[in-house]
Design a protein around this ligand. Structure first.
Ligand code: ATP
Ligand code: MG
Length: 141
């Protein structure tokens, strides 16, 4: 199992003032933050990042939302990071997310669900590489 994952504090959560609270959850769950930055994705970046969902009916809504305002992108490290982070964030739909998860506590709705988490080690590597250069990943220095 890999030890890195990629996370986004999505525009709804940043706009609602939850960045600090979500940072606390990350640290409480014993993730090490390898890198983090506040950015505003272009529509093209959002489309590239979510290319895998291109054929889905919500692709336009999703990429418009993800480029609608500032978000925080993070590279996280922990044993078994991909599944540990998905457990910390909860189900995609906040109505189905378990008590104490980030989406349960901070998501707006199914589309605007506060955070992203990679779904495999392979995608974690790709997604970290999509937003961070080697020199930005502190643990590699
Ligand atoms: P993410 O990839 O953002 O961590 P996820 O892996 O839990 O979320 P995916 O199936 O990969 O869920 O969907 C990507 C994102 O697309 C979701 O987080 C959500 O923001 C949005 N989304 C998914 N399903 C829908 C839907 N039916 N309607 C609107 N938006 C949706
Ligand atoms: Mg996903």
């Amino acid at each position: 199992m890999g030890n890195k994952t990629f996370a986004i504090i999505k525009p709804d959560a940043v706009k609602n003032g939850y960045t600090g609270k979500i940072y606390d959850r990350i640290l409480q769950a014993d993730f090490k933050i390898l890198s983090a930055k506040l950015m505003k994705m272009t529509k093209a970046q959002a489309e590239g990042f979510y290319e895998v969902h291109k054929e889905r009916p919500f692709y336009e809504e999703l990429t418009t939302f993800m480029s609608s305002g500032p978000c925080m992108v993070l590279a996280l490290e922990k044993d078994n990071a991909v599944s540990a982070w998905r457990e910390t964030i909860g189900a995609t739909n906040p109505d189905e997310a378990a008590e104490g998860t980030i989406r349960k506590d901070f998501a707006t709705n199914l589309g605007e669900n506060a955070v992203h988490g990679s779904d495999s080690d392979e995608n974690a590597q790709k997604e970290i590489g999509f937003f961070f250069t080697e020199s930005e990943l502190i643990a590699n220095q």
